[in-house]
Design a protein around this ligand. Structure first.
Ligand code: NDP
Length: 397
């Protein structure tokens, strides 16, 4: 059915490559390209499908991307490199007539700030080119938006309160490690918290608000209010929402390490002079921390991510909780990667599948909740991320 190019061969890229290869009826030709070609070759070897092509590309460089796209001629690019590369890849897509999908919104390297405006600004150009761009198609953002759209379509006349809850109850047996790219992860967590209430954004100190939330099959976990990018698009696309928040669990050990990292300046993203060289402390820290890709083997436990929603149906208040639990070990057995990479990579593959099947094909730049959630929800059940629903339970929020 279609030719796909995956950019990025990290934890998420590895999962995307496995899942794309498992669906040969949809993805007829596959290439994986990244900064380090040997990593792409290793992924192909692990999958055991010699027909998958590999290439080296610097995705910060539009000309290199254009040359690669013109050579392989993909129908869609799955961008699972880093958020810094979103705009260069979108530019290259426009220059070569290729459709686009990513899992994280653009961030400039020198400011720890993310918002959709930079990518939404491409809407008209994608429309005029007749190309589709699907933004934020991992788990959160991604499935969190699809869950919300599904709730709005089937279970509510009006969604009023939305809480996205993200629990990682896994144990990787390392003193400190991040579950995805450490640089991106630490930038995200050390920012101010932010949530939406009554038409306004409320800012909090980093990790200032937290409470115990109970996760299915896991139990209570301390959950911290963070700003997360899908809040921005969800309150825009579902204007009845009165309050939208995002919560993520952290253990005390993790938070203590994080505080020390910040206190000693290792979370800084401005370049410093070190023996005549410019280095960015957070990038140096990434080089010495465990590689998230290597956590899978000894990772126990599971993740649980879902949406807790309160609103109106037929004039009555109702609550709804839709979630997925994903076992780190099961993810590792299938793809060699842990659950956080798995829960991101599977939806990215499904998004590309939706596009190639013509179900999510619409010129312009879109967030996932703007498409029909039903075929995506159906695939989640088939592709390893089954979901469960609780009606009129206690949301705790
Ligand atoms: P990794 O750091 O493991 O992998 C990133 C990959 O991108 C590496 O292969 C890296 O190459 C490659 N890369 C980086 N810069 C360039 C460049 N300039 N040109 C070409 N390739 C480049 O990250 P993850 O796999 O953990 O995360 C991938 C993406 O997924 C991130 O954007 C992250 O924010 C997003 N994510 C989204 C989630 C969601 O639920 N929506 C959850 C988790 C992650 P090299 O190996 O040479 O460094």
């Amino acid at each position: 059915m279609g030719k796909v190019l995956i950019i990025g061969a990290g934890g998420v890229g590895t999962v995307v490559a496995h899942k794309v290869a498992q669906n040969p009826d949809v993805f007829t030709e596959i290439m994986i390209a990244s900064r380090t070609k040997s990593k792409c070759d290793a992924v192909v070897k692990a999958i055991g499908n010699p027909n998958i092509r590999t290439a080296q590309v610097d995705a910060d460089n539009v000309d290199e991307l254009v040359a690669l796209f013109n050579d392989f001629k993909p129908e869609i690019v799955i961008n699972v490199a880093l958020p810094y590369q979103d705009l260069t890849i979108m530019e290259a897509c426009l220059k070569t007539g290729v459709n686009y999908l990513d899992t994280a919104n653009y961030e400039p390297k020198d400011v720890a700030h993310f918002e959709y405006s930079w990518q939404w600004a491409y809407k008209q150009r994608f429309e005029e080119a007749g190309l589709t761009a699907i933004l934020g198609c991992g788990f959160d953002p991604g499935v969190s938006g699809v869950y919300t759209a599904y709730a709005a379509k089937h279970h509510f006349d009006e969604i009023q309160y939305l809480d996205i809850v993200d629990c990682n109850a896994g144990n990787h047996h390392k003193a400190f490690a991040t579950n995805f790219n450490p640089e991106i992860n630490i930038r995200e967590i050390t920012q101010n918290g932010r949530y939406y209430e009554n038409g306004q954004w409320v800012t909090t100190q980093p990790l200032e608000i937290h409470k115990d939330l109970t996760y299915p099959n896991i139990g209570p976990r301390d959950s911290y209010l963070l700003y997360h990018e899908e809040l921005e698009s969800l309150v825009k696309n579902f204007p009845t929402i009165k309050r939208a928040r995002f919560w993520m669990t952290f253990g005390q050990e993790y938070l203590t390490h994080l505080r020390v990292i910040q206190d000693i300046g290792m979370a800084r993203i401005d370049p410093i002079d070190y023996q005549g060289m410019k280095i960015v402390p957070l990038q140096f820290l990434k080089a010495v921390l465990p590689n998230p890709q290597d956590l899978g083997e000894n990772y126990e436990g599971e993740t649980s991510i879902g949406c807790r929603i309160r609103g109106l149906k037929d004039g009555k208040e109702r609550t709804y909780y839709v979630y997925n639990n994903c076992s780190h070990q099961e993810a590792y057995k299938e793809t060699g990667m842990q659950g956080v990479s798995y829960t991101t990579g599977v939806p990215a593959m499904i998004g590309a599948m939706m596009f190639l099947k013509g179900l999510w094909k619409r010129p312009g730049v879109w967030n996932v909740e703007e498409f029909d959630p039903d075929p995506f929800m159906e695939q989640l059940n088939k592709q390893g991320l089954p979901w469960h629903e609780v009606f009129d339970g206690d949301l705790e929020l």
